[in-house]
Write a new protein. Sequence first.
Length: 255
Amino acid sequence: MKTDLHIHSKNSDGALGQEMIVDIYTSSGDVIAFGDHNTSELDSLATKKADEKGVIIIPGVAEISTDISEDKKIHLVGYGMTQLEAELEDFFQRYSKEKTEQAKKRCVESTRNPLKLKSGAQISISFEEMQEYFPGKPTYFWNDMFTILADKFNHSRRREENPFMELQDARGLLLGLKETYEKFKDSCIGLEKHLWRTDHPIKHLPINKVKELIKNSGGLICLPHPGQYKLRKKEIQEINPDALEVYSPKNNIHT
């Protein structure tokens, strides 16, 4: 039996759809949870596939953005939020809308100032193209953009000419933005400006409010990403989560 309680799908910033994840990576008796950013939505085709395969998907799971202070933001994962509080649902909808508006602005910018490869090729993505690839979901611009670019180059160029092949790791999953930058900083002109341009930040909910909403939604609180937030022991104790994530592929005991 395999268990993975924090999977990201195309419903937020993951590389694969929920149905494909269930189909490829699970077998009978496995237990998984889709902890997508600020959405607890489960795709009907994924749940149907899971039922057919005997895979358990934990319902009511979301990785929720919070403000722990004015200059510090962290995420909490709510598990089993089967009775979603209206205020939390409203935040999810607002977050999705603002993410989409950010993506629209970035698509316009990518048309005005396309990525310029040293080969002379210029890369830009329209919002319509992005929506065609990722219909009906919050738009995580850079993850989505590079997924589309990798797909376009895979189909239009020979492998040795494809500057985006390295966007995927050995499992075919997308690299993170930092890893992408490290690989492409010598290949693209102005990539750093494009990757790290900041938008008007989306206003998150205070951490104590999120904790309250998770509990009132029938859920348990988990503090994810060990090492990423660099929280002191006292800060973790003050958050007082029901569970603490003890492994992340992006962090280890030294980070």
